[in-house]
Design a protein around this ligand. Structure first.
Ligand code: UDP
Length: 343
């Protein structure tokens, strides 16, 4: 039997590269498109080292519809996973039009080409950011979304809405939105991981760069939140666990097991972890001391958000498996690998 084929947009990126590995390991043929706007070819080399398979790669911007049309013309796909998007919240506030143009246009191009070329299944890369400052915790997929607080968050909400509307009137098309909580860590091989450009915004890359001596000191944004230790609570999901969630979603689609045309799943661990706990966990897992200080709250941060993962557990048969300690060890090993590579 020939292999099922999956188009992965943004497949050279952090989540895309880990998902490509898991798809290949699960027996899929993967075609990656990426414009390297926030990634480079080293991640695809890493994928090849891990799996022994070099995924087909086309360097293309999903906003370039004619270039994307050639990809659909040259290949047929059983499913698409659409990762390609800008993701820096602060930058999206400073340059909203750039975010709306890139994230929405690429999404529209992909779904229109899917329709034209009769590709039936799409997994969309959404985010827990759609829940905003949630009134009930943990959040379920039915927890009402809050108005987005950044253009980035708005592009995720708008893309979810577009996907729902498009599949509702198209009997051929199925859509799954995966709402990621806080993806962290790296592949246990340390051959792929997160490659932030410039000063990291996210907690774990800032921690690993501080431990590596690239940043002087980690600022913990706020210790006066109404939480047990005063720092914010998040749901940190291991990147390999997150990648596996995409594989089970794709399996469900290509095997025709979707119960509804549009389905949403939270992808998290279900366990809240504070910033202090994460920092201490990192120190313990890697047997080192981190230079950190308490600083003012970061504007826009919510106090707490974590997932109710019942739906993903029961319907997808997926749950987070990797221990936080192992995830934090992998994050550090990846940082060390990158530093050695750059020497
Ligand atoms: N955080 C921090 N110092 C940093 C970066 C992040 O204390 O340098 C905190 C942030 O306030 C939040 C948590 O770490 O409580 C996760 O932040 P991140 O930016 O990684 O993800 P977010 O939850 O904002 O999407």
């Amino acid at each position: 039997m020939s292999k099922k084929r999956v188009l992965v947009t943004g497949g050279a990126g952090y989540i895309g590269s880990h998902t490509t590995v898991e798809l290949i390991n699960a027996g899929y043929e993967v075609i990656v498109v990426d414009n390297f706007s926030n990634s480079d070819a080293s991640s695809l080399e890493g994928v090849k080292k891990i799996t022994g398979v070099a995924p087909t790669f086309v360097e293309v911007d999903c906003c370039d519809k004619e270039a994307m049309r050639r990809v659909f013309e040259d290949n047929s796909f059983d499913a698409v996973i659409h990762f390609a998007a800008y993701k820096a919240v602060g930058e999206s506030v400073a340059q909203p039009a750039k975010y709306y143009r890139n994230n929405l246009l690429s999404f529209i191009n992909v779904v229109e080409l899917m329709k034209e070329y009769h590709c039936k299944n799409i997994v969309f890369s959404s985010s827990a950011t759609v829940y905003g400052d949630a009134e009930e915790l943990p959040v379920t997929e039915r927890t009402p979304r809050k108005p987005a607080t950044s253009p980035y968050g708005n592009t995720k909400q708008m893309s979810e809405d577009m996907l729902r509307d498009i599949v509702t009137v198209d009997d051929e098309l199925r859509g799954i939105a995966l709402r990621y909580f806080n993806p962290i860590g790296a592949h246990p091989s340390a051959l792929i991981g997160e490659l932030p450009r410039g000063v990291p915004n996210n907690l774990v890359p800032y921690i690993t760069q501080t431990a590596a001596g690239i940043r002087e000191c980690l600022s913990i944004f706020g210790d006066d939140y109404p939480t047990p230790d005063g720092s914010c609570l998040r749901d940190y999901i291991d990147i390999v666990d997150l990648a596996r969630a995409h594989v089970v979603a794709i399996n469900r689609m290509v095997e025709g097991r979707c119960e509804e045309r549009y389905e949403i799943f939270n992808v998290g661990t279900g366990t809240p972890v504070s910033v202090f706990e994460l920092v201490k966990g990192f120190e313990k897992a890697n047997n080192l001391k981190l230079n950190y200080k308490v600083a003012a709250r970061r504007p826009g941060d919510v106090t707490a958000v974590w997932a109710d993962t019942t739906r993903a557990n029961e319907v997808l048969g997926w749950r987070a498996e990797r221990k936080l300690e192992d995830t934090l060890r992998a994050a550090w090993q990846w940082e060390c690998y990158v530093r050695n590579r750059e020497k």
